[in-house]
Ligand binder design. Structure first.
Ligand SMILES: *Cc1c(COP(=O)(O)O)cnc(C)c1O
Length: 383
């Protein structure tokens, strides 16, 4: 049996052809594939606008800049996420606050967020960054209520959830990143994510003001749009109007993204089939507790909780099964401890971390490989 990672990309001959075509074209970066990928990704999520960027972290940074995060501002996120969800606030000098998770889903607990918001005067907090952890959509309808009540903006970190959704109180399907409830949503195209381009990211929004600002910030703060420029010296003229970055996504990676996006629904269906098989295999096993599922779950990760996580992790490695832990709580990282956070601050997140393990889940995982993973886990937890 080949080594089995927890997640991996799936590259087809069509993907390779799409990339080689752009290599032979006039554009390696900033050609026609960028806008094409943006339009198709916007259509996939249901959002009005999409902005392709160099990676998911750059997407988060640009969102924080576009929302004018600055020193003195306070933003709430979850401790169970990749550090970048919090770091983007720090890049802009803002302060990160955390609230604890819901132990059934490991998602940010919006009741804990409300308690945090209510424990300070109104205006104390400026933004909320919920994460569709593991592919389960956060209840953005509830988050939007909080945002409206307390004057917050929302960045939805949807890196785990392209194609994911939840059903709102009006019985409407709300797709992750559709721009209806969050101000901005971000995605990553890192190889373990649903759509893999190596490095790459996307921001979606329905707000035209933010869209325009993101386009400028993505490319050094420079505009060539005559309507936006203070003067015009000639055909060469452009204006750097504010301090931006080079966070562009190259044409050849956008071509790969377009090709991958065509198979996104197929991959999502396969992920759901695999997750259902895991659900069934562990249904009557007391020692293996999967996180709660839901119909719109995008299953980036399949997370189980076991009494002795280290033992299971090590024993699986001996069998060439490379499970992973998502995540070490962000507030316990040395950097965040230096900012004043301490182990013990978010007991539910820490209890979750002590027992969680993400087991292999990716579209090209075969039925035989999955059976080997299931048999191995059952054998290890029963001895
Ligand atoms: C992958 C990921 C990111 C960062 O994306 P990169 O493309 O690796 O920069 C941010 N947040 C979450 C939840 C992620 O899973």
């Amino acid at each position: 049996m080949e080594p089995i990672p927890y997640g991996r990309q799936h590259i087809t001959s069509e993907d390779i052809q799409a990339v080689t075509e752009t290599l032979l074209s006039d554009y390696l970066t900033q050609g026609p594939k960028v806008a094409e990928f943006e339009q198709q990704f916007a259509a996939y999520t249901g959002a009005k606008y999409a902005v392709a960027v160099s990676n998911g972290t750059a997407a988060l940074h640009l969102c924080a800049l576009a929302l004018h995060v600055q020193p003195g501002q306070r933003v709430i996120t979850t401790p169970i996420t990749f550090a970048a969800s919090a770091n983007c606030v720090r890049y802009c000098g803002g302060e990160v606050y955390f609230a604890d998770i819901d132990p059934a889903t490991a998602l940010l607990d919006l009741r804990a967020v409300r308690r945090l918001l209510e424990s300070y005067p109104k205006g104390h907090f400026h933004g909320l960054i919920p994460v569709d952890f593991a592919g389960l959509a956060v209840d953005l309808e509830e988050a939007r209520k909080l945002a409206n009540e307390f004057g917050l903006w929302i960045i939805e970190d949807a890196c785990h959830a392209p194609g994911g959704s939840f059903v709102d109180s009006q019985n409407r399907e709300q797709r992750c990143g559709n721009g209806q409830l969050a101000d901005l949503a971000i995605f990553s195209f890192h190889p373990v994510k649903h759509i893999a381009t190596g490095e790459g990211g996307m921001i979606t929004t329905n707000r035209h003001d933010l869209y325009e600002r993101l386009l400028k910030l993505r490319t050094h703060g420079i505009t060539k749009d005559p309507v936006q420029m203070a003067r015009n010296d000639g055909g060469w003229y452009m204006e750097m109007q504010e301090l931006g970055y080079n966070y562009r996504m190259p044409d050849m990676l956008c071509a790969l993204g377009i090709s991958q996006l065509r198979r996104a629904d197929e991959g999502l269906m396969r992920r759901r089939v695999l997750a259902a098989r895991y659900d069934a295999a562990f249904a009557n096993v007391a020692a293996v507790r999967p996180l709660a599922g839901a119909p719109g779950h995008a299953y980036h990760l399949y997370v189980i909780q076991v009494p002795d996580r280290k033992r299971l992790y090590d024993a699986l490695r001996e069998r060439q099964i490379f499970a992973q832990v998502h995540y070490i709580p962000v507030h316990t990282m040395p950097y965040y401890q230096r900012l004043g956070w301490n182990p013990g601050d978010f007991p539910l997140a820490e209890a979750y971390y002590a027992h969680c393990l993400s087991i292999p889940l990716f579209p090209s995982l075969t039925d035989e490989e999955q059976q080997y993973v299931i048999d191995s886990i059952l054998e290890i937890v029963r001895t």
